[in-house]
Design a protein around this ligand. Structure first.
Ligand code: ATP
Ligand code: MG
Length: 406
């Protein structure tokens, strides 16, 4: 008994009209992109669902890939037979025989979508259940909490049988919510924030500030690995902007306001990111900040830091506990990379007692006392190198045209 298709359920119930159409089109695009390694599969769309027809492809690897795509609520591997009673009964029996373990209780849940089929839903529950039951002495029917619920969906063109509904990632398909810049540090939090932003349908470009040669090549490689990992979830290559931050950081560190160093660095990062965002037409900035986690993430610090940003700041982790963030990091497989011990540009210049309550006027005064501050920001923007990274390639993608290759 072989699965011939996988049914994807994706309809967010609140989505209607034109939005639904956009959602479903993007969903199909996203699924097709992810299914490139499986050239045999084809697609069939129906209201709020999509059938991925396997055409002989093993279902396991296809399921594994689809589970990680955004926009899909749940998945079921399906067996399809002609809409005839004897064929349905035979398939139901074969399914039971193929199970690794016979359940103690079961129930058949038939739905007659094709009204010309000679047996009603209720009658079908009995006809199929009654066909199976006598063959398994210890198995009983339980209509309320069965261990196994065999669904039988009778349509004119065929009948679909399935018994597993596997939860998927949920959210919106890639690119349904516009584009934002992700501040990606190489720590535990920002990749998780990136994953959550992708889940909401945002297209992302990552920005990383490095202080080469104070920070090593490995630190940048780590951020590249994380970007590649995120591109597995988006299904498309992601651009990573590598910003040279050494000069600005050194100047800030020498401004003799040690406790404000982090505040000043974060403001500079946001100023640079806003310019990069304008260049690529992004409409928001995503960070991995979580309230109260460190000095720069008190509400008061965020207030002073955020003043320089005109774009909306998206902080998916803002109310999460570290443990919850770590759980997601493990689930999405970024944790092991994030904990590699390469220094970040900010930890390197970390003051002994960073201010948890910086004063905006003092901060602004220090900034205006830094010689050529605006030029330094400009130089960092101009010196930024951009690489396009994809999960299925170790090499860097060289040009925009190559994006179509994926
Ligand atoms: P993370 O685990 O994401 O590094 P964190 O808890 O260490 O977060 P901070 O180091 O204070 O917190 O950074 C807060 C946020 O600022 C990060 O989540 C990230 O979005 C951004 N950020 C920090 N350092 C960098 C960097 N070098 N490049 C890009 N973004 C950064
Ligand atoms: Mg950090």
């Amino acid at each position: 008994m072989k699965f011939d298709r996988i049914v994807l359920r994706y309809g967010d119930l609140t989505m209607k009209g034109r939005n639904r159409k956009v959602f479903e089109d993007k969903m199909l695009k996203s699924v097709k992109r992810a299914m490139k390694p499986f050239p045999e599969v084809t697609y069939w769309r129906t209201y709020g669902r999509m059938h991925v027809l396997l055409n002989g492809t093993e279902h396991g690897p296809v399921m594994d890939r689809l589970k990680d795509l955004f926009g899909i609520v749940s998945l079921s591997p399906v067996i399809t037979v002609p809409s005839e009673l004897s064929a349905i009964q035979a398939a139901a029996l074969e399914i039971m025989e193929s199970l690794p373990k016979i359940p103690a209780t079961f129930k058949v849940n038939a739905k007659r979508g094709w009204k010309a089929f000679p047996h009603g839903s209720h009658e079908m529950n009995h006809l199929v259940g009654g066909h199976i039951l006598p063959r398994y002495e210890n198995m009983k029917v339980d209509v309320h909490h069965p261990e196994l619920e065999l669904r039988v969906d009778i349509q004119e063109e065929a009948t679909h049988l399935y018994w597993e509904t596997i939860p998927a990632s949920g959210g919106f398909p890639y690119g349904t919510s516009g584009k934002a810049m992700l501040l990606l540090s190489g720590g535990i939090d920002s990749p998780v924030a990136g994953w959550l932003a992708l889940r909401k349908g945002l297209e992302l470009e990552a920005v990383h500030f490095h202080s080469f040669p104070f920070t090593s090549e490995q630190a940048t490689d780590k951020v590249k690995t994380l970007t590649r990992r995120l591109s597995y979830y988006s299904g498309v290559p992601i651009r990573l902007h590598l910003v040279p931050f050494t000069e600005l950081q050194t100047r800030i560190a020498h401004s003799n306001q040690e406790n404000l160093t982090i505040t000043l660095m974060r403001r500079a990062m946001l100023r640079i990111t806003e310019q990069l965002a304008a260049n690529v037409k992004a409409n928001g900035i995503v960070t991995g900040e979580s309230l109260g986690q460190v000095a720069s993430q008190t509400l008061s610090s965020m207030n002073v830091i955020g003043r320089v940003a005109n774009l909306p700041m998206i902080k998916p982790l803002i109310t999460m506990d570290k443990q919850e963030i770590i759980e997601i990091a493990r689930k999405i497989d970024t944790y092991e990379t994030s904990i590699l011990p390469f220094e970040d540009c900010c930890t390197l210049f970390l003051p002994k007692s960073p201010s948890t309550n910086p004063n905006l006027r003092v901060v602004e005064r220090v900034e205006s006392s830094i010689e050529d501050y605006d030029q330094l920001i400009q130089q960092a923007v101009e010196g930024t190198e951009t690489v396009l990274l994809s999960y299925n390639e170790q090499r860097e993608v060289q040009s925009q045209d190559e994006e179509d290759w994926f």
